[in-house]
Design a protein around this ligand. Sequence first.
Ligand code: FES
Ligand code: FES
Length: 152
Amino acid sequence: MAIQLQVNGKSHSVDTEAQTPLLYALRNDCDINSAKYGCGAGQCGACTVVVNGNPIRSCITPVSAISGNVTTLENYQNDPVLNALNKAFITEQAAQCGFCIAGMMMSAKVLLDKNKNPSDTQIKSALNGNLCRCGTYSRILKAVKLAVKELA
Ligand code: FES
Ligand code: FES
């Protein structure tokens, strides 16, 4: 069946099953590669994208359940918060292998869109569901804090 998806403000008609995970549709049909397949079970956060201001685990969300625009890291140049996060993650060299990073940034974006001056505890709590197998958590925290400073 044809499913209409809006991704980063652009419309896509995706020919797929209703139960296909959003992650597959993004990667296979919409040229979106930032969201990653980590666990495929909603446990690691590597596939996180933003829909209607909320972080969504795209590996376990059926494509037919999406209504509204899907925001991914590819949209960073049009999104001041994502742009600041992107620069800060590079400055702080937060990525080691990089696999978790897009999901981390999307969860951080949701926090910073709602809270311009979060505490360390609030940042850690917002990123709690995003796992980094390289363990660069302290550099990721520093990067989010740098982005907060840059956006002030
Ligand atoms: S790949 Fe979606 S939560 Fe791990
Ligand atoms: S940088 Fe490798 S998983 Fe986070």
